[in-house]
Design a protein around this ligand. Structure first.
Ligand SMILES: NC(=O)c1ccc[n+]([C@@H]2O[C@H](COP(=O)([O-])OP(=O)(O)OC[C@H]3O[C@@H](n4cnc5c(N)ncnc54)[C@H](O)[C@@H]3O)[C@@H](O)[C@H]2O)c1
Ligand SMILES: O=c1ccn([C@@H]2O[C@H](COP(=O)(O)OP(=O)(O)O[C@H]3O[C@H](CO)[C@@H](O)[C@H](O)[C@H]3O)[C@@H](O)[C@H]2O)c(=O)[nH]1
Length: 441
């Protein structure tokens, strides 16, 4: 059992803290957000992540997990301090490291004994060196370890216990061994590297996954034009074990708090050493186009969208999370509102978070049928089970004109053909099977 402090109780810090407590460590989680800490100490989780509430409550009760805004309390007996604060993108795409350096200064100020500082946040290559310099300026002796996080939102606990690898980047064998021991109960393969390589593994992994997505999205557009079916193409490609079936799902582009930010940051990191990362710039451009592709198709089909009713189905950037950061729903909503439509948006859990980023004109509902009622077109943005399982007859019976733009290929073409709907999806032939002639505005 180790005494651990975790700075930042966001998706990464909270999951890390709760999972470490679960495997027997004593964990103090520190945040500057007083409301968050107050709620967490009562077992109230600030975001939707399956399984996390039970894990937090159980470990609060066992006195293995503590929440605090007090740095002295968090650090005074800590042997290891994890940094898990945000590293959002700046205007130019580079990473904003102000929270990281604030956390480092905090350690320098309040830690009372020599500690191992572990960076879980995604930080540009060279940042851990700067963290070490900052902390040691005050005379504290620290070892710094880069331990990037690979969890996915919506399955974060499973990824922590059953991830593909744990990367430990360190220049000090003793520190690296301590961090390996802390993680040993997860039974996940551990790789040791130097600090800079660990920092780069994180960016290269996210950039590669984003590349796979933009690649398949480009193939899907060509499939549409040629009459091929992207689902069959992706499956056929993925069976080649050198390619693999994962992350070949064509859709309305990648969103979330990581891929958009980390791809832009890596372009900047490359630029800082005078390398223009052409491939990754193209990946980003393809994604930007992909996010508005269905809206543009609707504009071409209806001519003028002014006054039409639009149903948006799904607001989070993917299912099983209420995170709306960089979700295609934001870009699509803004674009549609510019065209003068009325929007009713449905999501099973992300409405509260969406309200803070979407314009006030949007009407929100937790009732998917209400969203579709008298709509002229529906956009499927997130492949929540509730959306994938919705019978096509509901579109057929509830919408004024059942024109569906499915950004996640939720329905098979065979199923769609059984219904009086017009159906457009990604990388597949459209189905036009409407009962009456649609009024084109
Ligand atoms: N979200 C993910 O799925 C994910 C996965 C892997 C890696 N990452 C990386 O992990 C990092 C954290 O991401 P996140 O999504 O958990 O962020 P987040 O925005 O959800 O949470 C960050 C938390 O840090 C707190 N904070 C900021 N400055 C602080 C300080 N000085 N002291 C204490 N608390 C402070 C904030 O109040 C907030 O609660 C980022 O670098 C991100 O790129 C995220
Ligand atoms: O075949 C696919 C797979 C994903 N996506 C989209 O890609 C985005 C990201 O999905 P996912 O990777 O599942 O979610 P994140 O929670 O953002 O996780 C990514 O970003 C995290 C933060 O860095 C990393 O830790 C994870 O390993 C990495 O998968 C979402 O919009 C998905 O809809 C697709 O369009 N097609």
């Amino acid at each position: 059992m180790r005494k651990i402090a975790v700075i930042g109780t966001g998706y990464v810090g909270l999951v890390t803290g709760a999972c470490f407590a679960e495997i027997g460590h004593q964990v103090k989680c520190l945040d500057i957000d007083e409301k968050k800490i107050y709620d967490l100490s009562k077992g109230i989780i600030p975001f939707y992540e399956p399984g996390l509430e039970d894990l937090v409550k159980e470990n609060l009760e066992n006195n293995r997990l503590f929440f605090t805004t007090n740095s002295s309390f968090a650090f005074h007996d800590a042997e290891v301090i994890y940094i898990a604060v945000g590293t959002p993108a700046k205007e130019d795409g580079s990473s904003n490291l102000e929270y990281i350096f604030r956390a480092a200064n905090n350690i320098a100020k309040y830690a009372t004994k020599n500690v191992i500082v572990v960076t879980k946040s995604t930080v540009p290559v060279g940042t851990n060196e700067r963290i070490k310099e900052l902390i040691t300026m005050n005379g504290l002796k620290v070892e710094v370890v880069s331990n990037p996080e690979f969890l996915r939102e919506g399955q974060a606990i499973n990824d922590t216990f059953r991830g593909d690898r744990i990367i430990i980047g360190s220049d000090n064998d003793t520190a690296a061994t301590v961090i390996e021991e802390i993680n040993q109960h997860f039974h996940v393969k551990v790789i040791h590297t130097d600090i800079k390589s660990a920092e780069m593994i994180k960016y290269a992994s996210n950039a590669f996954l984003a590349t796979k997505i933009s690649f398949i999205n480009e193939i899907s557009t060509i499939c549409e034009k040629l009459g091929a079916n992207i689902e069959d193409v992706a499956y056929g490609m993925g069976l080649d074990s050198r390619i693999g079936t994962q992350f070949l799902k064509a859709g309305i582009g990648y969103g979330g708090s990581c891929f958009p930010k980390d791809t832009k940051s890596l372009v900047q990191i490359a630029g800082n050493v005078k390398h223009k990362f052409d491939l990754l710039e193209a990946v980003i451009n393809v994604n930007n186009k992909q996010q508005v592709k269905l809206v543009e198709q609707a504009m071409a089909r209806f001519g003028n969208l002014q006054g039409l009713n639009v149903a948006l189905l799904g607001l989070s950037f993917k299912p099983n999370t209420d995170d709306v950061r960089e979700s295609a729903s934001i870009v699509m909503t803004n674009r549609l509102l510019e065209e003068g439509v009325s929007i009713t948006a449905y999501d099973p859990v992300a409405i509260e978070k969406a309200k803070s980023v979407l314009p006030s004109e949007v009407h929100f509902t937790k009732d998917i049928v209400e969203a579709l009622y008298l709509a002229d077109m529906a956009f499927i943005i997130t492949d929540w089970d509730e959306i994938k399982r919705l019978p096509l007859s509901v579109y057929e019976n509830m919408m004024r004109t059942p024109v569906i733009y499915d950004g996640r290929n939720c329905y098979s073409i065979e199923a769609v053909k059984q219904h009086r709907v017009e159906y457009h999806s990604i990388g597949r032939k459209s189905v036009k099977n409407l009962k009456n002639e649609v009024v084109i505005h």
